[in-house]
Ligand binder design. Sequence first.
Ligand SMILES: CC(C)(COP(=O)(O)OP(=O)(O)OC[C@H]1O[C@@H](n2cnc3c(N)ncnc32)[C@H](O)[C@@H]1OP(=O)(O)O)[C@@H](O)C(=O)NCCC(=O)NCCS
Length: 153
Amino acid sequence: MDARTGALLEEKKNMKNLEIKHDELTAEEFRYLWKSVWGEPPSLEQTELAMKNSLFRVSVYIDNRIVAMARAIGDKGLCYYIKDVVVHPDYQRKGIGKILIQEILKFINDNGIPETQIFVELCAMPDKIPFYKKFGFESNEAQRLRIMHQVRK
Ligand SMILES: CC(C)(COP(=O)(O)OP(=O)(O)OC[C@H]1O[C@@H](n2cnc3c(N)ncnc32)[C@H](O)[C@@H]1OP(=O)(O)O)[C@@H](O)C(=O)NCCC(=O)NCCS
């Protein structure tokens, strides 16, 4: 067993009835967790499409209740983007966010071409940067550019 898996199991032992699921996060669960931290969630229809097209979804349950989620999008070869990392406010600072990131990094490692390097990116508010730095993420001078595109048919 490698150190990362050992640490993960240690986290789990300390939390009763904690369950980690892969690719089972539903649009309803996503919207529930989104609302718990960011307010009004995106529509069900948009969220269902996003769940279907994510490369990897991880969700965490305690006593069968969803408490955390994260997902990865990308191409598996060259780049990944980590999105929607959320731990319900009642369960933050208990090591669950760490489980989410470790699970995603494991997925990336398991699916990458051996001995190659893959960009793993994400966008974080300043107060969350220390959390991501614990996993080795660093910012550079690039700025995030974005537009909210209005879909018209
Ligand atoms: C950011 C978030 C996912 C962290 O999850 P969490 O379960 O509280 O984090 P953990 O308990 O696993 O923390 C892991 C480590 O990071 C540290 N950490 C967590 N949040 C931190 C913060 N905001 N600032 C500094 N350190 C932080 C913890 O102290 C812990 O350190 P340790 O390993 O040395 O003990 C959670 O706060 C959250 O969901 N926030 C609201 C949604 C959000 O903003 N998501 C991020 C989008 S970019």
